[in-house]
Design a protein around this ligand. Structure first.
Ligand SMILES: [Ca+2]
Ligand SMILES: [Ca+2]
Ligand SMILES: [Ca+2]
Length: 461
């Protein structure tokens, strides 16, 4: 079978990033075009949809004996590939009881007659295996068909374990199911528009040697992970897509590693963030044996999507890891009113050096990870607990991870403490100051104390 004639080209895998991507590994290098799999999440704007309601009555009223009688394969109703551009034939298979028998690993085509129509098929899985149903996107603008896959309960005849793929117009649909021997049903549902002149193409592929996370071939089948996860999986067939879902419980700075790949493989992992409208926004991707670091926001759902852009090696695993990285905020200098600014000691002990401030202050520092790598574009908040109230100001790290935060109007100090100097007595407060970011946990904020200068009184001797 020549898969290429019905595979859609991959869309751009890399779009503008909404996230901080400090590692060169995340740079906008072109990903190779996919040609060995169906690409369904074609970049930004794939809206998450729930499964479309199909023929609910039909799901529960299947008589298995009816289908067993059809086991001599009803080839007469099978669309013939020799008839390319099949005309708008209506095979009348619009509910489960009129489903047409399919062979596995065989490419079919059929046409929808009217919008809202469902076409039903069934097939037999002779052994324990993985089933992958494929439905390339319709080319007519706005026409959207979805896929629903069911196992049929041999005893009751009910269609169970519905798995679906409900990507929007222009996106391929694909859904997988780990199967035991038995009958399975496939519904192609025209959920938006219809193209009565051009057929839809579809196939149910069978594969073995799949990983433990299957079936995970689309968003709705994505495996949910918690913080600091590591996945060992494989691509068991050329269409296999492995989706992982991750919603951080706290905002974090994470390292994404994609390695231990089969020799010579062209596996990639694409990353997406779900926006406020539920649409996926591409964050870029990683090619083989690379890693990158990025900030992940609390409560945002991220998806990781592993595919091959070439061949697959079912015997070899890939490794995908997302691990939280520690971060560190460093203080360089604090500038303040020129009359008092400096790093001074108001005590006899060498450990009592502090930055002295009055009227205003500018805090200069940097943010880095445990590897010393600069963290760019990260908001930093400055908090100062003056004796007369708390103040705050904000800044953002630059490309080198440096920040400079200006606090314009400080309150007067009270003068809790005094220091007897050679010419005058200085009165001042000791006040705490902190620096933190959304990705800093409590151990990773920077906290120190300052001398908040109040006034001095001259003494001649
Ligand atoms: Ca669809
Ligand atoms: Ca897999
Ligand atoms: Ca998969």
């Amino acid at each position: 079978m020549d898969m290429k004639k019905w595979l859609t080209p991959a869309a751009a895998l890399l779009l503008a990033s909404a996230f901080v991507l400090p590692s060169a590994a995340f740079a906008e290098s072109k990903q190779p075009k996919a040609n060995g799999h169906i690409t369904q999440a074609t970049g930004a704007g794939v809206t998450l949809k729930g499964g479309k309601a199909a023929n609910v009555n039909g799901f529960q009223s299947v008589d298995p004996s009816h289908f067993k009688t059809k086991l001599p394969k009803d080839k007469a109703k099978k669309p013939s590939l020799s008839t390319q551009g099949i005309t708008a034939a209506d095979y009348g298979n619009h509910d489960p009881s009129t489903a047409i028998y399919l062979d596995l690993n065989t490419l079919y085509q059929n046409t929808m007659s009217t919008a809202g129509q469902q076409d039903w098929y069934y097939f037999y899985a002779p052994d324990a295996s993985k089933l992958t149903a494929l439905l390339p996107a319709m080319q007519m603008v706005g026409v959207d068909y979805d896929l629903h896959l069911f196992h049929m309960n041999d005893t009751t005849g009910a269609l169970e374990n519905e798995q679906y793929s409900a990507y929007g117009p222009g996106s391929d649909d694909q859904v997988a199911m780990v199967a035991q021997p038995g009958y399975y049903f496939l519904c192609v549902n025209s959920v938006s528009g219809v193209d009565a002149n051009n057929p839809y193409l579809f196939e149910v592929a069978q594969s073995y040697g799949y990983d433990a996370a299957e079936a995970d071939d689309n968003l709705w089948q994505a495996r949910s992970k918690t913080s600091d996860f590591s996945v060992l999986g494989n691509l068991d067939n050329v269409f296999d897509q492995d989706w992982v879902r991750y919603t951080p419980s706290t905002t974090e700075y994470a390292k994404v590693t994609f390695d231990q790949l089969p020799t010579g493989s062209n596996y990639v992992v694409d990353m997406f963030a779900t926006d406020a409208n539920g649409a996926l926004q591409s964050m870029g991707g990683l090619s083989a044996n690379t890693a990158g670091k990025l900030a992940l926001s609390q409560g945002t759902t991220y998806y990781f999507h592993v595919v091959s852009t070439g061949t697959v090696d079912p015997a070899a695993n890939y490794h995908l890891q997302v691990s939280r990285q520690t971060t560190r905020i460093g203080l360089n200098t604090i500038d303040s009113d020129p009359n008092i600014t400096g790093y001074v000691n108001y005590d006899n002990g060498p450990s009592m050096y502090k930055w002295r401030v009055q009227h205003w202050m500018t805090v200069n520092g940097s943010m880095r990870d445990a590897d010393g790598q600069a963290i760019a574009g990260m908001p930093i908040t400055l908090l100062v607990n003056e004796r007369l109230g708390q103040q705050s100001a904000n800044g953002v790290t630059d490309a080198s991870g440096n920040f400079s935060i200006y606090l314009a109007n400080m309150n007067p100090a009270v003068g809790d403490y005094s220091w007897y100097g050679p010419v005058s007595t200085h009165y001042y407060d000791i006040i705490p100051m902190g620096l933190g970011s959304p990705i800093s946990n409590s151990n990773e904020t920077y906290v120190t104390t300052l001398y908040h200068y109040a006034y001095s009184i001259y003494h001649p001797f």
